[in-house]
Ligand binder design. Structure first.
Ligand SMILES: [Zn+2]
Length: 341
């Protein structure tokens, strides 16, 4: 069995890798697809100093059950599944107090434990979620993002017709906006990349604004001068964080959302003047079933974000290109890895 690991930061290479079944709730999965995003590339490049090499990257993975340690009523050999990237530690005071959602030491795939850039994964049944037939692998790799969007919405005050400014129009920004529309809110996506805004429009998001041409004016006109009563800043958007605070109405919650943590600065003067609440959300734990249901119900349209597959022989070269781009601070595209090809 094989994996691709990071022997030292900035490098990726193929390596033998084997994970045996452990315990009665253990399940083995033949991985079929993995998604590598800028979040993964930032970890490969050593941005997060808490990460230790060597490790197998890849936060997003789907596959098919190949072996179960013990028969389960819910999952059996051959089932297509999504594998949760985060697992509560089971040892911190939140976990021991029966609140694993608030665990402050989550095991995270591709970060604190090995990720999904490998042919087989072994995990606990509780981390595995069956995929309905109409949710294809190419969409299922985004379940982490849909779950993150749901965690973000939990922090916002979203009612019917509530305006939510989303700073960052990448695929996560678009997914969040689509889920907000499903809940009858009114998202406004702001980005400096016209292609991203075009994709968002195509995915059914009505309001978009260019970050480089007076977005305050645009948001003011959309909201009738009230500005956005909720704001989400996409952590890897690369946009100026001041925007999030300028577009916010007084007393609005501002949520920073993402799986990795670029060192961002907050304009405290604006936050103080408007008495804004800042929250941070870095995972979608607890929302996977709802996320899968949203995809099954076609509440999220990912057709504008379909990716060309990268096969295993091309994987190292493709990720090396991403590493070069990340180090040059250029935009890093998502890579859909075909772990069968
Ligand atoms: Zn914990």
């Amino acid at each position: 069995m094989i994996g691709w690991h990071v022997p030292e930061f900035g490098k990726i290479e193929k390596t033998p890798h084997h994970e045996p079944l452990e315990g009665l709730d253990s399940v083995k999965i033949k991985l079929t697809h993995a998604l590598i995003t800028e979040d993964d590339v930032s970890l490969i490049c050593g941005e997060d100093k808490s990460v230790k090499t060597p490790f197998i990257p890849g936060r997003f993975g789907v596959g098919q059950i190949s072996e179960v340690a013990q028969e389960s009523a819910f999952l059996k050999k051959g089932d297509r599944v999504f594998i949760s990237a985060v697992e509560p530690c089971g040892r911190c005071s939140s976990c021991e107090g029966g609140k694993p959602d608030n665990c402050y030491n989550f095991n995270v795939a591709g970060k604190t434990v090995n990720g999904f850039l490998k042919d087989f994964a072994t995990t606990n049944l509780s981390n595995v979620f069956a995929l309905p037939k109409n949710v294809k692998d190419e969409d299922a790799v985004y379940i982490e993002y849909v779950a993150l969007a749901l965690s973000v919405i939990d922090k916002l005050n979203v009612k019917k017709s509530t305006h939510v400014a989303i700073i960052g129009g990448n695929v996560f920004g678009s997914i969040l906006a689509q889920v907000l529309i499903y809940y009858q809110a009114v998202p406004i996506i702001i980005d400096d990349d016209s292609e991203s805004l075009k994709h968002a429009k195509k995915s059914g998001i009505y309001y978009t604004a260019a970050s480089n041409s007076r977005p305050e004016k645009e948001v003011s006109s959309i909201t009738g001068g009230r500005m956005a009563s909720n704001v989400v800043y996409v952590a890897r958007s690369g946009l100026n964080t001041d925007l999030a605070y300028k577009l916010a109405a007084h007393n609005a919650p501002i949520v920073f959302a993402g799986f990795s943590y670029p060192n961002l600065r907050i304009p405290m003067n604006i936050a103080m003047a408007k008495q804004l609440d800042t929250f941070c959300i870095n995972n979608g734990y607890g929302n996977y079933l709802s996320a899968i249901n949203l995809l099954a119900n076609k509440a999220v349209d990912l057709s504008s974000y379909s990716l060309k597959k990268t096969s295993m022989p091309d994987l190292v070269e493709a990720i090396e290109k991403q590493i070069v781009k990340f180090n040059k601070k250029e935009h890093v595209d998502n890579l859909l890895i075909d772990l069968l090809g």
